[in-house]
Design a protein around this ligand. Structure first.
Ligand SMILES: [Mg+2]
Length: 284
């Protein structure tokens, strides 16, 4: 770093002198950042998140398995938490799933289990949303998921509809050690009842989100570091594409507990994914 710009007031204490760049920051040109458990825990920013974004300004894209928000809505929500991230820097699994289906399956009838915001976005993209006889059952994080929805989705899949999921995460972190049940948990229920595995899971560790993030940055994998908190999605997905990674959190594979601690970590990033990282992704 050749120049230092003071951190924004919302980020807390401003250092009197710029800290030297840690090894991971000096080694990479671009960064793909996870959101939940990396920058926020539900509705709380993690310690040092704003400082990290400030330090990486212009060199990062957020790549998240979030399937409830649109980029516009999420950008506004993050701003209220003191994190200013423009919508073009937010690559989200729910929105990317809809974009993919709108272009690849434009006339398909979709039974979309998801948030009001995602359903509205799908309609705006021209998707045909139905409640019966779908061609595809599309599963996102639906916080109004019910037994009736489970029954309808599982019977549609058992009857021949394709099962598509925005992501396979079982949960994401809330403040403290609480868990927010995620799309993958709902996916297990539908797949178990139907007796059929999904034909497509869009989110990390699959390539689509990372590839879109690299495209927006104009970046090559070898120049890009992934910063996340989930060994099974962030580390596994990064390693598959030849990107180094670092993990936050309290788990045994974590490198730092928070973005603040990461800024002091002198580590170039891992190349190999943890051996047991894929264990919680097996469906069916
Ligand atoms: Mg995460």
């Amino acid at each position: 770093m050749t120049a230092h710009t003071p951190a924004p007031a919302s980020s807390g204490a401003t250092p009197a002198h710029p800290a030297p760049a840690p090894a991971w920051l000096a080694r990479h040109e671009h960064f793909l950042l996870d959101l939940d458990g990396t920058l926020i825990r539900e509705n709380e920013p993690m310690e040092g998140a704003a400082d990290l974004l400030h330090r990486l300004d212009g060199r990062y894209v957020v790549v998240s398995n979030n399937s409830t928000d649109t980029a516009q809505g999420l950008s506004r929500r993050l701003a209220r938490l003191g994190l200013r991230i423009s919508p073009d820097k937010l690559v989200l699994a729910g929105q990317l799933t809809i974009d993919f289906l709108a272009s690849s399956r434009p006339r398909a009838r979709l039974q979309l289990l998801g948030s009001i915001a995602l359903r509205r976005y799908a309609r705006r993209q021209g998707c045909v949303l139905v409640e019966q006889s779908p061609d595809l059952v599309v599963l996102a994080l639906d916080k109004r998921f019910t037994y009736a929805k489970l029954s309808a989705a599982a019977n549609a899949v058992a009857g021949g509809a394709e099962l598509v999921a925005t992501n396979g995460d079982l949960h994401h972190p809330a403040p403290g050690d609480a868990r927010v049940p995620e799309t993958g948990t709902l996916l297990h229920a539908v797949a178990a009842c139907a007796g059929i595995a999904p034909t497509l899971v869009v989110g990390k560790p699959e390539n689509m989100l990372f590839a879109e993030g690299l495209r927006r940055l104009g970046a090559r994998p070898e120049d890009t570091l992934v910063i996340g908190d989930n060994p099974a999605t962030d580390a596994q997905g990064a390693a598959r594409l030849g990107m180094r990674y670092l993990l936050l959190g309290r788990g045994p594979e974590a490198d730092s507990i928070s973005p603040a601690a990461l800024l002091a970590l002198d580590h170039a990033g891992h190349v190999q994914a943890p051996a047991q990282a894929a264990a919680n992704l097996n469906i069916a």
